[in-house]
Design a binder for this molecule. Structure first.
Ligand SMILES: C[S@@+](CC[C@H](N)C(=O)[O-])C[C@H]1O[C@@H](n2cnc3c(N)ncnc32)[C@H](O)[C@@H]1O
Length: 292
């Protein structure tokens, strides 16, 4: 999760805009929406040319004009091959996290054709884990997923998204990181993925107001070792070796200024084959490490 909230692509695959809809788009632009968002809202809410659709559209436009993120107003958004239902119970998945999924799929491929056990820590909407499940199934790989979040509400959204996409082989566990996982799962995960909160408390206060619509506990973490926002990353990285199978991988997203700290934590945890990758904007973003 970076703190940016600009979608790379829109909902897509919607009907073309014609007639009355062009008129409505022009009206929304006149009220202050940009052309792209006006078009997306019209395409989403004008399912019929009736007064209910127009009422829903006006309500949605008002919410957007008041500052609510477009993804919550529309209520769903693409993430890799998924169309995730989203609402303020969960973080809006970021394009950077789609890159993390590519890295995680590479780690799964490196493990070979055996069935894999994956845990997604802080699953939120289910974005990372469900994308891994969907894309592994597409190439015939067998993956079982445990989706963990401290928030019961987030788990409800993730479960809804799993059902929406017909994805089985997933169980949902309310837990603070590894705390409530069954002891029998120690040393058994082939892959641990996480996009934990990593924005510092003070930094959060300086960020764009739009982030205040998202759950604070999804974004903000305490400082540790003098590094803002490091506390959850620290817990995950230091505890990961006890839960990874030998040869298993940890793939974790982090903030652009946290590279040195997460590399130090990985070495302290005695993880091997440690690397830290940049996102498409060139910022340090994804730690990858293996239990040797
Ligand atoms: C940055 S969001 C990531 C959501 C999703 N994985 C994504 O990438 O879009 C972090 C998630 O971690 C969860 N979380 C925060 N503290 C947690 C904790 N101590 N244990 C487990 N999950 C936690 C939040 O509820 C939130 O869903």
């Amino acid at each position: 999760m970076s703190t940016r909230c600009s979608p790379r692509s829109g909902p897509g695959n919607w009907p073309r805009v014609t007639g009355v809809n062009s008129y409505l788009i022009a009206e929304l632009i006149g009220e202050g929406l940009n052309r792209r968002e006006a078009r997306w809202l019209v395409e989403e809410f004008m399912t019929g040319a009736d007064s209910d659709s127009i009422r829903s559209l006006r309500l949605a436009a008002r919410r957007r004009l008041d500052g609510e993120p477009l993804q919550y107003v529309i209520g769903h958004w693409p993430f890799r091959g998924l169309d995730l239902d989203l609402d303020p119970r969960v973080l809006i998945p970021r394009p950077e996290t789609e890159e993390l999924v590519s890295v995680a799929l590479g780690e799964l491929r490196a493990l070979g054709p055996e069935p894999s056990l994956v845990v997604d820590l802080g699953c939120g909407s289910g974005a990372i884990g469900l994308a891994l499940l969907q894309e592994s199934q597409r190439v015939g790989s067998s993956v079982a997923l445990i989706a963990v979040d401290a928030s019961r509400e987030a788990l409800n959204v993730a479960e809804m998204n799993a059902v929406k996409h017909g994805l089985g082989s997933v169980s949902f566990v309310q837990s603070s990181w590894f705390d409530a996982l069954d002891e029998s799962l120690r040393a058994s995960f082939d892959l641990i993925v996480a996009n934990p909160p990593y924005v510092g408390v003070e930094e959060f206060e300086t960020l764009d107001e739009v982030l205040k619509y998202e759950p604070r506990r999804a974004l903000v973490a305490q400082s540790s070792r003098g590094v803002e926002g490091l506390a959850d990353l620290e817990t995950i990285i230091l505890q990961a070796p006890a839960w990874l199978a030998v040869g298993g991988s940890l793939v974790v997203e982090h903030g652009r200024d946290q590279r040195a700290a997460v590399l130090e934590l990985a070495h302290e945890a005695r993880l091997g084959q440690v690397s830290d990758l940049e996102d498409l904007s060139g910022h340090a973003r994804i730690l990858v490490a293996r239990r040797c």
